[in-house]
Design a protein around this ligand. Structure first.
Ligand code: FES
Ligand code: FES
Length: 170
């Protein structure tokens, strides 16, 4: 009985440690991730690729701090298993600027004071880019809806809202 339990624990440990090669593109670069298939994309980005711009807030799909774009869709990377991104194109906040030149949304966040502690900022930037990619001239309601999945504990949202307005040239 003890041997069975020990064997089962050992099997479970081995299963947890098993990794798979997952090929995808991250910020325009082809990469092969080596991760357990159920590892969270959030952790793989931060720990394997050292792309620590993607933040963890809730870890439960509620706050948007871990937002990235996968094949152009805004997703919470804390809810995405690594195996699911095989063949996908992933954009994190590190891939948003053009070299030294910030994206218009990043620049507007600075100019409007939309970032304070910064935990929500990468996710907000990606949510705004996702919104403006689909709706270049959003209404106030569009902006509210576009940012609705991203929580901020610091700014009261208005400065972030203003930044999105500024970024779209209104
Ligand atoms: Fe992923 Fe909050 S950390 S939604
Ligand atoms: Fe701190 Fe948004 S700036 S959570």
């Amino acid at each position: 009985m003890t041997d069975d339990v020990t064997e089962t624990q050992s099997d479970a440990k081995e299963a947890r440690g098993r990794t798979a090669a997952v090929r995808c593109t991250v910020n325009g670069e082809a990469v092969t991730l080596h991760a357990h298939p159920l590892a969270r994309l959030l952790d793989v980005l931060r720990e394997e690729l050292r792309l620590t711009g993607t933040k963890e807030g809730c870890g439960e799909g509620e706050c948007g701090a871990c937002s990235v774009l996968i094949d152009g869709e805004l997703v919470n990377s804390c809810l995405v298993p690594a195996a699911q991104v095989e063949g996908a194109e992933i954009l994190t906040v590190e891939g948003v600027a053009d070299g030294e030149r910030l994206h218009a949304v990043q620049q507007a966040m600075i100019e409007c004071g939309g970032a304070q502690c910064g935990i929500c900022t990468p996710g907000m930037v990606l949510a705004a880019i996702h919104l403006l990619g689909r709706t270049p001239q959003p209404t106030e309601a569009d902006i509210r809806e576009g940012l609705a999945g991203n929580l901020c504990r610091c700014t009261g949202y208005m400065k972030i809202f203003d930044a999105v307005v500024r970024a779209c040239g209104k």
